[in-house]
Design a binder for this molecule. Structure first.
Ligand code: ADP
Ligand code: MG
Length: 253
């Protein structure tokens, strides 16, 4: 189980004063749970993920995974696919494996599941944005992480590509049962993916509302049930959800 208790996370400000990014943030995720964190831009979502991964340890608080400070074995996927242009698709996925030789069959199987079996030995520069994110998704799962952190991984993709990636993600998660913490500022995306959604306040970020999502799967952001749930939430918590993306972004990918 992932347990987070952050009393305070501050960044030094330019004027010598400090910016409080997170305050009084408590959160837990059960093994195998798909948890979405929703909050307005600047509320500290990426800050929180960096603290969970241990990229940043400078905080007044604690993050534990199964009672211990997480060290390695956490899968991550960011907004940019962050692929190495000089490595092939397959080698990009193997890069994160402790034992690339042993991970190779699993990497190939994952890439085939992502419908990338024909481009195993291609360089990322030749792939579309959607394909690059599928490589990043395969890379996130190749280490079979007990915990997978995702920071707005599907933004700025066109809607059909993003939908396809979401359903691939849910497929992988249902087979591997990693705990997923998925950050988004798109409420409908969260409702389409999550077992539970936690809403963060504007800065300094803390959890202000938690809600289980009991809609049957498979779901998509455009499902009537998702739209209805979104409308109900917006009606009940208009202030809380102000500033969130609740409509489809323009198709600019
Ligand atoms: P979100 O991901 O929710 O958009 P971030 O976690 O990126 O928000 O940022 C939260 C706040 O902390 C913002 O005001 C941002 O400017 C500030 N911040 C983030 N990273 C740093 C940093 N390395 N140094 C100083 N301030 C930062
Ligand atoms: Mg962010």
């Amino acid at each position: 189980m992932l347990e987070i208790d952050i009393a305070r996370k501050t960044y030094p400000d330019r004027g010598g004063r400090s910016h409080v990014a997170l305050q009084g943030l408590r959160l837990a995720a059960w093994p195998g749970e798909f948890l979405c964190l929703v909050g307005p831009s600047g509320c500290g979502k990426s800050t929180l993920l960096n603290l969970i991964i241990g990229l940043d340890r400078d905080m007044d608080g604690r993050v534990t995974l199964d009672g211990r400070v997480p060290d390695k074995g956490i899968g991550v996927m960011f907004q940019e696919p962050r692929l190495m242009p000089w490595l092939t698709v397959l080698d990009n996925v193997l890069l994160v494996a402790d034992d690339p030789q042993q991970a190779r069959p699993r990497a190939i199987e994952l890439l085939r599941a992502m419908e990338l079996g024909d481009v195993l030995h291609t360089y990322p520069g030749r792939l579309s944005g959607g394909m690059q994110r599928r490589v990043a998704l395969a890379r996130a799962f190749v280490i079979e992480p007990p915990l997978l952190l995702m920071d707005e991984p599907f933004v700025s993709l066109d809607a059909p590509t993003a939908d396809r990636l979401r359903s691939m993600l849910v497929d992988l998660w249902q087979r591997r049962r990693s705990t997923i913490v998925f950050v988004t500022h798109d409420l409908r995306e969260a409702l389409a993916l999550a077992d539970r959604v936690c809403f963060l306040s504007a800065a300094p970020g803390r959890v202000v509302l938690e809600m289980p999502v009991e809609l049957p799967r498979p779901r998509a952001p455009n499902d009537v049930a998702v739209l209805e749930l979104q409308a109900r939430l917006l009606a009940q918590h208009p202030d809380l959800l102000a500033g969130l993306v609740t409509t489809e972004p323009p198709n600019d990918a």
